[in-house]
Every structure is written in structure tokens, then in C-alpha cells.
Design a binder for this molecule. Sequence first.
Ligand code: NAD
Length: 363
Amino acid sequence: MAYKILLLAGDGVGVEIANSALRVAKFFQSNNILNIEIEEGLVGGSAIDQTGTPLPEETLRLAKQSDAILFGAVGGPKWDSLENKDRPEAGLLKLRSELDLFCNLRPATVLDGMADTSTLKTKLVDNLDLMIIRELTGGLYFGFPRGIFEKDDQQYGINTLRYNAREIERIAKASFEVALKRSSKLCSVDKANVLEVSQLWRDIFKKISSEYPTVELTNMYVDNAAMQLVREPKQFDVIVTENMFGDILSDLAAMLTGSIGMLPSASLNDSKQGLFEPVHGSAPDIAGQNCCNPIAMIMSLAMMFQYSFSEAKAAQMIGGSIRSVIKDGFCTKDIPIKDGKIIGTKELTNKIIEKLQGLYDER
Ligand code: NAD
């Protein structure tokens, strides 16, 4: 049976990087390495322009039928004046909640030869390989009551941080599974010294840990975790945390690696269906100039192969090709490798595909 991929390019650089990822996916298709079918759909600002809505019904239908979605980026100044609910980003949020994509994986990896593109000292980030897992469909961003209210001549802004036991259990299990496949070290980050939600979080993680006796579970308060990530990031292997803490910590971890153009992500549901996307946005400042970095998007495709399709070898081929291109000194301008050569988006994609071909021929 073919794996069904839905490609949603979106806006700005989303279109360029989607093209790069499509070419890489077609490499696997045309060489019969993977049996994949690729459909394309509209999302974000371009969907608003063509259909009046950021997530057309047809796109949602295709998404629900697919095994995995590869998502470029959405947004741009053209749509900034729209109300939040009508903006391009609303399309992505709706996709995440419609597909119940609760488990967000954000690796922060520093490839060989790239440590000096980080703002931290080389020895702190050299060969860093960290996985941040963020709960994506619960917590403060989704809790009710919420809103701005008026009472007794005073305005109140209210949001609610709420998790139920089932939501915590499923993210706990998913993170123990990820930790098992890595170095079996899991650090759960919370604020249990202040928040009751975090106390429940901690209790449930402890309970689930008895099902994973080989995984070492530690707990850390979120303020300390932020400090430790900058002080000694290599002490961590897998970090798991709730939605808002994860939003902040994963951006912090992203910056340890130097460029946002290198960072892929995966958002999975219970049936391993996933949405795979770079961490960055539509970068309107550089869109259409053939200079954006396609690596985050191509690595997102690799994560799709690994996590949704369990095709680890195909994922490793992509990782190996990217490492090899970087080792040869080729890069886009956001990752100026020492003594390297800056090339365009299309040209870097060509180099990655050449390396893939080389790996395939060597087999
Ligand atoms: P951004 O991530 O688009 O850009 C931030 C900076 O990083 C810019 O200087 C940009 O040039 C650079 N950058 C981003 N991707 C790059 C790449 N692949 N290669 C090289 N450099 C890259 O964030 P922003 O500027 O805050 O937002 C721009 C638009 O994207 C906004 O409309 C925002 O709402 C939207 N956005 C969308 C998503 C998404 O689709 N998931 C995520 C974040 C922001």
C-alpha cells in the first residue's frame, strides 16, 4: 500500500521549500525506494486568496485521508490586518486540532562543522542532539474560560491552564517511547512547586514510568530548565513539557543550533498520522529570492519517513546526505559555514539529491 502524503506549501518561502521537499520525495518515489503518493492542497494566505478561507474543506478532507502532511509555512504582511480567526495561521491551528496532533517533536541538532554558527561557545553545542517534546493540543492555549471581561469597572484578561489525566498520560507514553529509541533519558519539565496542573503532570509521569523501567525519568522546574539549556545543553537527551513551556523552551533550544532554517518538527496523533513542518515561518523578507534554507523542510520529510511510516533507513539516507553536503562546505546564507560556499535554495537541494543518488548507487 502506498503512503499518502499531502503537501501544503502555503505562502512565502513555504512555496520554495515545498518544491525542494517534493523533489526529494520524488527521488524516493522514482527509485522505488518508497511507495508514496503525493497530493497537493491549498492552505494559508494563498488559500484565502483563492477560496476565502485559510483551510478550505477540500484541504481538510485530503488531510484526513492522508497518512502524513508535509507543511511549508503560512502568513505574510498581505493578510496581517485580518482578524485572528481569519488569518493564514488559523488554518494551521485548525489542522492541528482537527487531526488531534497532540505530540510535537522538535529536535535541536548541531551537525558536524556547524557548531560555530551557534551564539553559544562551540564546546557547549558541538554535536548537540536534543529532542524537545511539546504537548500541543491542551493547556493554556486551549483552556476555557478565556477572554477579556469587564467587572466592577475593571478589565480582566483570563486564560485557563488545564490538563486532564488522559491528556497527560498520552503525552507521557509518547515521550517514554521516544526516549526508549534514543538514550533512555527523559526529563519532564513543569512548575510543580507552584501549579497544581504540574503536580498532576508529575504524578502521572511517575505512574507511567513504571511501564518503562529502562527509561530514567527526571523532573525539572521550567525556570531551571531554561537556565540549564543555555548553561549545559548536552546534559539533556529528551525533554517533555506542556504546551506553553514547550513553545518557549523549544525556541530557546532552536537557537542553540544557530539557524531556524535547520529545524524540522513533527506533530503526531495517536495513530501516528502526522503533520511535518519546519519550525520557521514564511520569511516574507527573503521569499522568492532562492536564498532560503530548505534543510528544515527536507529534515521534516525525513521525520515523516521515520515517525509516520517507520521507514528509518529512508530517513537516515536524508540525514546522511544533508550531513555530507554540509561537510563539503555547501550552505545557504543563513548558515555561513567557515570556509564554505554559499549557494541558493535550488542548488542546495540539487546537492542533497546528488548525495542521495550517491548513497543509493553505493548500496
Ligand atoms: P520567520 O520564521 O518567517 O522568519 C524569522 C527570520 O528567520 C527572518 O529573518 C527570516 O528571513 C529567517 N528565516 C526563516 N526561515 C528561513 C529559512 N528557511 N532560511 C533562512 N532564513 C530563514 O518568522 P516571522 O518573520 O516572525 O514571521 C513571518 C510570517 O510567518 C508571519 O506571517 C508569521 O505569522 C508566519 N509564521 C508562520 C509559521 C508557520 O507557518 N508554522 C510559523 C511562524 C511564523
